[in-house]
Design a protein around this ligand. Structure first.
Ligand code: ADP
Ligand code: MG
Length: 274
């Protein structure tokens, strides 16, 4: 297995505020990682540190076994792409938004995209089935469609690692599945390494090859979904009753919601039987 990104004792965060507590983590090529953990546990902070948006206070990061900060911004952008939680710039045409992903590949003094840049942009638009709104403005699209465009733009960058911060958080189930199915395809067919924050533990278990569970700024545990999505581990981190089962179709672990009422009556049944 090839190491593509490695974090050594990373302390990173915000002045006089939250900080990650010494993260040691290796990202291997062609895997599909899910970062999970409660709100405020440091998922976005970790992702921003791995993408160079946030410079760590201490520790080392290695990209392809070379110091992360020995690469300049353009060199780094050819290797890593980042899709943030929300699309900020909406006053732009879809095609231009996607072509912006090609910028790291422009030659010095090149002002406009080439035919090859357009070809690559179209390739990903075709995969994600959005060729038909090439000339629409971002603000005309739904949140889910905007997210798809943002992913296409990041892919047009042709990175080795794609980082995504909760790409499906505000989308309908059909969009969640559509986006994650396509990411899985890119991961399996093109060997693209994916590191994705997912709020939904079931989606994380279903799609990711490896999970990194954060709690309070530290890695609580990392491993295969079967090793992480257990009620013992999740109850400790999420501080609530967790029921797990196996998805009957995919055989992946899954988490089931249980209401307080159902819990009370189920405990009641147990007490009655005694
Ligand atoms: P998560 O993504 O797991 O919900 P974050 O990494 O966004 O968590 O945040 C971790 C902690 O850092 C939270 O307590 C949050 O309030 C704080 N935080 C996030 N962004 C900033 C910032 N720009 N400045 C100061 N504190 C921040
Ligand atoms: Mg976050």
């Amino acid at each position: 297995m090839t190491k593509i990104l490695r974090l050594e004792n990373i302390i990173s965060g915000y002045e006089k505020g939250f900080s990650l507590k010494g993260i040691n983590l290796t990202i291997y090529k062609s895997k599909f990682y899910g970062i999970i953990g409660p709100n405020g546990s440091g998922k976005s902070t970790l992702l921003k540190t791995m993408t160079g948006i946030l410079k760590p206070f201490s520790g080392s990061i290695f990209l392809d076994e070379k110091d992360f900060y020995s690469y300049n911004q353009k060199q780094r952008s050819k290797k890593i792409a980042y899709v943030s939680q929300f699309v900020e710039n909406k006053d732009i045409k879809v095609i231009d938004f996607i072509l912006a992903g090609r910028l790291p590949h422009f030659k010095s003094f090149q002002l406009f995209e080439t035919g090859k840049d357009r070809e690559i942009a179209h390739k990903y638009m075709k995969i994600f089935d959005i060729l038909h709104y090439e000339n629409r403005y971002m603000y005309e699209l739904s949140g889910g469609q905007q997210q798809v465009v943002a992913i296409c733009s990041a892919l047009a960058q042709e990175p080795e690692i794609l980082f995504l911060d909760e790409p499906t958080a505000h989308l309908d189930l059909n969009y969640q599945i559509k986006i994650l199915d396509l990411l899985q395809e890119l991961n399996e067919n093109m060997g693209l390494t994916i590191v994705c924050i997912l709020h939904d533990l079931n989606l994380a278990a279903e799609y990711c090859s490896d999970l990194i569970l954060l709690n309070d700024g530290a890695i609580f545990k990392s491993g295969k979904p079967e090793e992480i999505i257990t009620y013992e581990i999740l109850e400790e981190v999420y501080q609530t009753v967790i029921v797990t089962d196996i998805n009957p179709v995919s055989k992946k672990p899954m988490v089931l919601p249980v209401s307080k009422n159902a819990l009370k009556s189920s405990l009641g049944v147990k007490i009655d039987k005694k």
